[in-house]
Design a protein around this ligand. Structure first.
Ligand SMILES: Cc1cc2nc3c(=O)[nH]c(=O)nc-3n(C[C@H](O)[C@H](O)[C@H](O)COP(=O)(O)O)c2cc1C
Length: 143
């Protein structure tokens, strides 16, 4: 059975990527995602990546395996994963946004995401502040 699955994780940039590095990463990722019918979103916040990917289970497991081994980031923390009935990002092979501090403040009510502290404690399902930022961005896409 080829079930639809999603994975969401947070990681730390290995080094500050230039805009051209990000463009190259996105160009390749979008090409491969289109080929595998993988959709999702990538956020860059205060030097941390937050990504949500969705697609058929086998493809998602394989891609997440490649992503975990990618030297462009470290300290990968799984935020949430599971099965879904339908996609959230039908139109996006990989939406991308660099999130500013002012936007974080609008969403969370405070500027400092304190991601380093978040890495120390295991995320609580659905209540993780980072997921809040992610879902807020999702709604702005579908609005
Ligand atoms: C933050 C981050 C997000 C990534 N997202 C994707 C993605 O959505 N799709 C993808 O194919 N590769 C993505 N990659 C690249 C993968 O880690 C890996 O390089 C790529 O899938 C290798 O594909 P290939 O072995 O088929 O060339 C991402 C890498 C990083 C660092």
């Amino acid at each position: 059975m080829n079930k639809l699955k999603f994975v969401s994780y947070m990681s730390v940039q290995a080094q500050t990527l230039r805009d051209t590095d990000i463009e190259e990463l996105l160009f390749n990722a979008r090409e491969k995602n289109r080929r595998l019918a993988i959709t999702g979103v990538l956020l860059l916040i205060q030097g941390k990546f937050i990504q949500y990917i969705e697609g058929y289970e086998e493809d998602i497991d394989e891609l997440y395996g490649s992503i975990k081994a990618d030297p462009r980031h470290n300290d990968i923390l799984l935020l949430d994963s599971g099965y879904i009935d339908k996609r959230q990002y039908t139109n996006w092979s990989m939406a991308y946004k660099k999130v500013r501090n002012s936007e974080i403040k609008n969403i969370l009510g405070y500027t400092e995401l304190k991601l380093d502290e978040l890495f120390l404690s295991p995320p609580e399902e659905k209540t993780h502040p980072v997921l809040k930022v992610l879902y807020n961005f999702t709604h702005s896409l579908s609005a």
